[in-house]
Design a binder for this molecule. Structure first.
Ligand SMILES: CC(C)(COP(=O)(O)OP(=O)(O)OC[C@H]1O[C@@H](n2cnc3c(N)ncnc32)[C@H](O)[C@@H]1OP(=O)(O)O)[C@@H](O)C(=O)NCCC(=O)NCCS
Length: 182
């Protein structure tokens, strides 16, 4: 079962495994050292304590094992950007789709966010599927990246059309809820 949860300092070694290999092919990151993974977790914990909170980083777990990370970063008070990353051996099982669904549910029920943007490398078709299946609307190539957006349900026009698409997720998603909303 997939769940989202806040990080703990014990997660640094698992996070180092996530930021590795093919998972980095289409994102602007390189492999993490253990020290860098520790720093990343420490930053996530600091973000979780800040008030008002402007960043959310949740670990993606399957049956208790940490396999990925999904993040929201506020760009304004009402708008944030979404990113996600899964360990390569966890791909292709619908985990990212469910994790993004859980993060959207959190964003639009537990924060004041009204819209979320996301982007991926144009060749990263799996990432595009994850966004479209979650109701994101494709907005074209921006700055060399495939760009997407979604509004809080009931407040914009984008999700009304995109949720009709093939394979759209129900809203709100039934299965995934962050264990520790921040
Ligand atoms: C992108 C990523 C998150 C996908 O995770 P995942 O758990 O494998 O995704 P899911 O299983 O939920 O869904 C993948 C979808 O892409 C499709 N897909 C997979 N590989 C594909 C490919 N090469 N071409 C087209 N579609 C592809 C799958 O069929 C599935 O769609 P479907 O359900 O309609 O069949 C994962 O590959 C990853 O972590 N990549 C590295 C980091 C990254 O690119 N992050 C995104 C940028 S922020």
């Amino acid at each position: 079962m997939i769940a989202l949860r806040e990080f703990t300092m014990d997660d640094a070694p698992a996070l180092q495994q996530i930021y590795n290999g093919a998972s980095l092919r289409y994102i602007e990151r390189r492999s993490l050292t253990l020290d860098e993974a520790v720093a990343l977790v420490a930053n996530a914990l600091a973000d979780a304590r800040s008030e008002p909170r402007a960043r959310w980083a949740f670990g993606i777990t399957a049956d208790g094992n940490l396999l990925g990370m999904v993040r929201l970063r506020c760009r304004t008070e009402r708008h944030a950007t979404l990113s996600y990353l899964l360990r390569e051996d966890a791909w292709g099982r619908g985990y990212a789709t469910r994790a993004v669904a859980g993060m959207l549910h959190h964003a639009f029920t537990a924060t004041g966010l009204m819209s979320i943007g996301a982007r991926h490398h144009p060749d990263n078709l799996a990432s595009g599927r994850v966004l479209l299946k979650n109701g994101f609307h494709y907005r074209g190539i921006r700055g060399g990246w495939s760009a997407y957006g979604i509004h809080r349900p009931g407040t914009g026009s984008l999700e009304t059309t995109s949720l009709r698409g093939r394979g759209a997720m129900p809203w709100p998603p039934p299965a995934t809820t962050p264990a520790a909303p921040g």
